[in-house]
Write a protein that binds this ligand. Structure first.
Ligand SMILES: Cc1ncc(COP(=O)(O)O)c(C=O)c1O
Length: 393
């Protein structure tokens, strides 16, 4: 049985607030925080360097986290790179390969800026960018992607779940289309990792960009990039810890993944992330999915029933519920929710301006749910929004 009240005991911060900003970043459970404390108090050293006991223990724990993550996504440790966030993971793909003028990249109009601007920036190198429009509910039609493919298409980059609409894209169909046409595909799993089963073995995408700090409940400053073939990318950052040898101006890179992790990484963060991934595994991704989607469905229904409230996105949604109260500025609504009821929501453009512009609006309030939220919190949200909305009449 999924006991959300027992789960909440691992997140002391939830005693003080109603935390509904999980699409932005999540709270981290006690076992993961304890794993980080243990690193600092018992064995802090550097990773991959040094023969002394602390360096060795650190390296063992760091690599154990990599194995945990690799298992979670049915990948191999050599294909898992630790980064600082989804944004960095996507940028490694954008800047880690040669592009030739005329190369063609397909993405959508509703992407988060992090899966949009790296591709826009490549236009300076002559890359042609195709921005596929989504429908009013944030669904991207896979056949539009198929029709956009040309013999110069070098990448399809798409988010699994929209952080603006909560819409879920048919990524297995999109990856099949990409494979059929021999086009590499990047999936931005920022809003789905930890909430939906994501097996790279089944999905067969080329790149999976994942935040550690959202559905996986890891600490902030952690991200993951899973590569199908790590040899196909060049590291974007060079330096200590990434090379086998250096002689004069010659050097040889280490095998992946080390070549992609130059410099001292976020060691405590990665160790905490490994522990939080174990935590999410123990909850069961299928259970978390059912729970957060149930909360989002109820929230969308209750909010839509309030006069003056507009809810956006599809009926079958992930854990994201965007809405507006009449013509009120979303920031004002979000501030009132915090001040009156300690409800934490996100407001504004959600780092996806083109998506909001496509809806013809200047932002939304966004409630987004995590493994530890409850139906009572949904009621509180609906009650508080109702008070704001009725005060307008
Ligand atoms: C769909 C999507 N992509 C990318 C990102 C960027 O994630 P990060 O903050 O981990 O870089 C986000 C963050 O909200 C997102 O929702």
């Amino acid at each position: 049985m999924y006991d959300v009240y027992a789960i909440r005991k691992d997140f002391p911060v939830l005693e003080h607030v109603v935390y509904l900003d999980n699409a932005s970043t999540s709270q981290t459970p006690k076992p993961a925080v304890e794993a980080m404390n243990e690193y600092f108090f018992r064995y802090a050293g550097n990773y991959g360097r040094g023969a002394h006991r602390l360096a060795q223990q650190t390296t063992e724990h760091y690599e154990a986290a990599r194995e945990t993550v690799a298992d979670f996504f049915t990948s191999e440790p050599g294909n898992v790179i630790f980064t600082k966030n989804t944004t960095e993971s996507i940028n490694i793909v954008a800047h880690g390969q040669d592009w030739t003028p005329g190369d063609h990249i397909i993405t959508s109009m509703i992407e988060h800026h992090s899966n949009y601007l790296p591709w826009v920036a490549l236009r300076a190198r002559g890359v042609v960018l195709d921005l596929i429009e989504a429908n009013q509910e944030g669904i991207v039609d896979p056949s539009k992607i198929e029709r956009a493919i040309t013999d110069r298409t070098k990448l399809i980059a798409l988010s699994h779940v929209s952080n603006v609409f909560g819409s879920v894209q048919d990524i297995s169909r999109i990856v099949k289309i990409a494979r059929k046409n021999d086009v590499p595909v990047l999936i931005d799993a920022a809003q789905s990792a930890g909430h939906m089963d994501l097996s790279v073995k089944d999905l067969k995408c080329d790149y999976l960009a994942v935040p550690g700090h959202k559905g996986l409940l890891g600490p902030q400053g952690t991200g993951i990039l899973i590569l199908r073939d790590p040899e196909e990318l060049r590291p974007t950052v060079l330096g200590g810890g990434a090379v086998e040898w250096v002689r004069g101006c010659e050097y040889e890179l280490l095998e992946p993944p080390a070549r992609f992790e130059a410099g001292t990484p976020n060691i405590p963060g990665v160790i905490g992330l490994g522990r939080s991934v174990e935590y999410v595994s123990a909850l069961g991704v299928a259970n978390v999915k059912k729970h957060v989607e149930m909360l989002a469905r109820i929230a969308a229904k209750k909010l839509a029933e309030i006069d003056n409230v507009t809810v956006y996105g599809p009926k079958d949604r992930a854990a994201v519920v965007p809405f507006n109260v009449a013509e009120l500025n979303p920031h004002d609504v979000s501030m009132i929710l915090d001040e009156t009821s300690r409800i934490c929501t996100r407001s504004g453009y959600h780092c996806a301006m083109p998506a909001l512009v496509s809806l013809g609006i200047n932002g939304t309030v966004r409630a987004s749910f995590g493994a530890y939220n409850t139906a009572e919190e949904v009621d509180l949200l609906a009650g508080s929004v109702s008070l704001i909305a009725t005060s307008l009449v």
